[in-house]
Design a protein around this ligand. Structure first.
Ligand code: SF4
Ligand code: SF4
Ligand code: SF4
Length: 439
């Protein structure tokens, strides 16, 4: 047990539970250079059948619904590439969920690279009201830099075709865009591309990977696992595609500056929505900026359960859905070094930080930097997070004021362009010393 595994407390199930399903494990038709999941095939024997058996699927669906204390149960189907399983697999999913729909609201999210979508898929997804998350990093030259197939061909054309099909069929979708080192330097090209394509919901995910320590190398892996749990063998060398911290802050700021002038209420950048949410004082809807984690578990194709997507390593395995109690595994997850330890392990630099309420120190996987005080455990992106959250405070103040007066938040666009921008800026200057609101 290391320091980060002490002071644990089980998290009561009443808080709700989230499980991401990987029904095809790490199998995928693409070979993205930055993928941290494909290489997990090294953890399974050759000849492994990466397809969730029906008994595992049925047990998972029943256990997840029964363990969920909230009225809504959200199933997230992720990969690898889940569409490789074919539509019939998901027909079976819907069939198995149906008996529970009388007592719970059941929703489904499919996270896909989009390349295999066709009319039949889109009809199915529309009919059963799936929300589809499409991985698309930006225009061709940005997307194809890292997202290629096994022959080395870019996947941009196939993904865009899938996106257009979703739009044509009226399927609810959003875009998840990974931000690589080079991408961060082309913020507006990326953002404007998405707008031109009619994308309304976008989430940016900064790419951060370390080179492996001895433990990962022994397992046959080329990337490191969670820094918070690997302190003894911490290799802080990052991969070439890893974003530069300040540049990630600049990337978000450049997009925010355009968004706050033109697109509030029409384009939804989830990273900006989370920031406003934190400013208002609501709990974070996303684990990386939540005070604690440990409640977003992962189920593998064979029924194994892990604490989260970043912890799919043999030593973090919590049990198996066929043989272990789900509530017990959730409690074990909270004790596994994430959970409340995410908060307890915050370095002093974070505890004293003026934007802590929005940032919460970030994901423990990426806490491998040293703080200004020389402490370990600072998030790699600290400089970028801080720059971004500090920069947008004036806008968040203005939006909060609008909300308090029952005015649509999109009115902030007039304020930024018109006279109110001066008043907001004035308030920022005047209030900076005394306003203790957390963002
Ligand atoms: S599509 Fe996703 S799972 Fe497949 S290689 Fe790319 S990042 Fe990995
Ligand atoms: S370790 Fe990171 S990705 Fe996993 S649940 Fe915690 S914050 Fe989320
Ligand atoms: S911005 Fe930096 S110091 Fe502040 S909470 Fe985030 S990681 Fe910690």
């Amino acid at each position: 047990m290391n320091d980060r595994q002490k002071n644990h407390q089980p998290v009561p199930l009443a808080q709700g539970l989230h499980i991401v399903a990987k029904p095809i494990g790490p199998a995928c038709n693409l070979d993205c250079a930055y993928c941290f999941y494909l290489e997990k095939q090294a953890l399974y024997g050759t000849g492994e059948n990466y397809r969730m058996p029906d008994v595992v699927l049925a047990t998972f669906i029943r256990s997840y619904v029964e363990a969920q204390p909230t009225p809504v149960v959200e199933f997230v189907w992720q990969g690898g590439e889940p569409t490789l399983l074919g539509i019939d697999f998901f027909r079976r999913v819907v069939e198995l969920q149906a008996p529970f729909a009388a007592n719970k609201t059941i929703s489904n999210v499919l996270q896909t690279n989009g390349t295999l979508l066709d009319d039949a898929w889109c009809r199915f997804l529309k009919q059963h009201n799936f929300m589809v998350g499409v991985s698309l990093d930006g225009p061709r030259e940005i997307h194809d830099r890292y997202r290629r197939d096994r022959q080395g061909n870019g996947s941009f054309d196939a993904v865009l075709r899938g996106l257009k099909l979703l739009q044509r069929h009226g399927v609810n979708y959003n875009v998840m865009a990974s931000v690589a080192r080079e991408t961060a330097r082309q913020a507006l090209a990326v953002y404007r591309f998405f707008k031109e394509q009619g994308v309304e919901f976008i989430q940016f995910v900064p790419l951060i990977e370390r080179l492996p320590g001895a433990g990962e190398t022994q397992l046959g892996l080329n990337l490191a696992g969670p820094a918070a749990l690997d302190r003894e063998e911490l290799n802080t060398t990052v991969t070439p595609w890893t974003v530069v911290p300040e540049e990630y802050g600049d990337f978000l700021i450049a997009i925010y500056e355009e968004w706050v002038r033109q697109d509030v209420g029409t384009t939804f950048v989830m990273n900006f929505e989370w920031a406003l949410n934190a400013w208002i004082g609501n709990p974070s809807p996303v684990c990386i900026h939540a005070r604690q984690c440990g409640r977003s578990l992962v189920i593998e194709h064979n029924g194994d359960i892990f604490p989260c997507d970043h912890c799919v390593y043999p030593h973090y395995r919590l049990g198996n859905i066929l043989s272990d109690d789900l509530a017990g595994m959730v409690a074990k997850s909270a004790r596994s070094g994430f959970g409340v330890d995410k908060e307890n392990a915050l370095p002093r630099w974070c505890r004293e930080c003026e934007v802590l309420a929005a940032c919460q120190g970030g994901c423990p996987k990426h806490r491998f930097a040293q703080s200004h005080y020389g402490e370990p455990g600072l998030h790699y992106l600290c400089a970028g997070y801080k720059k971004f959250f500090r920069h947008i405070r004036k806008y968040l103040r203005a939006m909060t004021t609008l909300l308090e007066h029952g005015v649509p938040v999109s009115e902030v666009m007039k304020a930024v362009k018109g006279p109110l921008v001066i008043r907001v800026a004035d308030q920022e200057e005047a209030g900076a010393a005394t306003d203790r609101r957390p963002v």
